[in-house]
Design a protein around this ligand. Structure first.
Ligand code: ASP
Length: 370
């Protein structure tokens, strides 16, 4: 059924557009143009994707090559190779792609031996008539497609996992992973447990064990012909139960692109995003006249509603949405501003509209109060 925008909705949306345009460059729509947006860790990905788009390459090829720079980076522990593992110490990767012009998509989940799952998801799209492949079958498919099957756990990620293992204690404070005399997990004690590891690396591993990073990358692109594509790739939540799949490979949750409307994607706690089919919700909101910012804040409000707007429970997690409309209007939004000590920070996202990749502030639904 064709969608129609009510007059009220249109007026609301036009008013929001005017207000947003006044607010700054983030909100100015100028019609189809080369533009790539991504999560905060996507500066290099956006640079690479923009370079390819300018050279006339397909938008999906561009974003997949873009995120591949992050997937292969051993210092990025939330995506691809060197991702933090599951509770058994095994890295499991998820990714999805969506190609606007052909209206096709592909995804993989629980991949254990492929450094670049986004490229594998694209091959599910182009080389099969399936959409989603998981686990052993996905690794086997990768092998059949000529990928090298490799160990994804690096020494650093293994160390963070071991520190986490040794930190998990029962109610009596006991852990099977260190001797009874160990009472905590302060860096000094860890030094005794890992005498050959330098202090800086141990402090990092301890931080990862206590506050594992969320490093998923979502990347959305539009070119001057109006063609759009998107990709989301991740190692998922660190220390997850083996086999847990988040939102990133779920078409409609971690990623959605509709060539007629725009695209959206997410990073952060996938379980909450799946419950509201976030990316699809945002694209539908835009189809019905909302700006990317309004559409994404509405999705965040649905998450909040699932917790009866209980801020104490909502404060337990973070989630971000990124949205790019077909006319070039875009937004990054977040559930929370975050705090570190006395400092409050505003999460950022990445934009590249032809020059250098830059960070812009995400619009928060809620401000954390100290
Ligand atoms: N969304 C990812 C997941 O739930 C995690 C993340 O973004 O860090 O698997």
């Amino acid at each position: 059924m064709a969608s129609r925008i009510s007059r009220r909705m249109w007026m609301k949306s036009s008013a929001a557009l005017t207000a947003a345009a006044a607010a700054g460059p983030m909100a100015v729509a100028q019609g189809p143009k080369n533009i790539v947006i991504a999560s905060s860790n996507g500066k290099e990905a956006c640079r690479k994707a923009m370079e390819m788009i300018k050279a006339g390459e397909d938008t999906l090829d561009a974003v997949v090559a873009g995120v591949q720079t992050v997937e292969l980076d051993p210092t990025q522990h939330g995506v691809g190779y060197a991702g933090l593992p599951n509770e058994d110490g095994v890295v499991e990767l998820d990714a999805s792609v969506m190609h606007g012009p052909s209206r096709r998509c592909g995804s993989v989940a629980g991949v254990r031996m492929v450094k670049t799952p986004a490229r594998l998801a694209k091959l599910v799209m182009t080389e099969t008539d399936h959409v989603m492949m998981v686990g052993q079958g996905a690794d086997q498919f990768a092998k059949d497609m000529g990928f090298k099957l490799e160990e994804l756990l690096t020494d650093e990620s293994r160390l963070a996992w071991l520190v986490w293992k040794k930190s998990v204690r029962d109610k009596k404070g006991h852990t099977n992973w260190s001797s009874e005399v160990e009472t905590g997990n302060a860096t000094a004690e860890l030094k005794e447990l890992f005498p050959n590891v330098d202090e800086k690396t141990l402090a990092w591993a301890r931080e990862m064990a206590i506050h594992p990073i969320t490093g998923t990358i979502n990347c959305l692109a539009l070119n001057s012909k109006g063609e759009m594509s998107g990709v989301t790739t991740t190692s998922g939540l660190a220390w997850k139960i083996a086999g847990r799949i988040g939102d990133s490979p779920i078409i409609g949750a971690g990623l959605y692109v509709d060539q007629d409307v725009g695209g959206a994607g997410s990073t952060g706690r996938g379980e909450e995003n799946i419950r509201i089919a976030g990316a699809h919700t945002i694209v539908e909101n835009m189809r019905h006249g909302m700006t990317p910012q309004e559409a994404s804040l509405d999705a965040l409000k649905r998450i909040s509603r699932n917790f009866k707007d209980d801020k104490a429970r909502l404060a337990q997690f973070d989630i971000n949405f990124y949205a790019l409309r077909k006319d070039g209007l875009y937004a990054g939004t977040t559930l929370w501003t975050y705090e570190s000590g006395a400092q409050k920070y505003n999460p950022v996202f990445t934009v590249n509209d032809g020059g250098e990749s830059r960070h812009e502030k995400c619009v928060p639904l809620y401000e954390r109060r100290a």
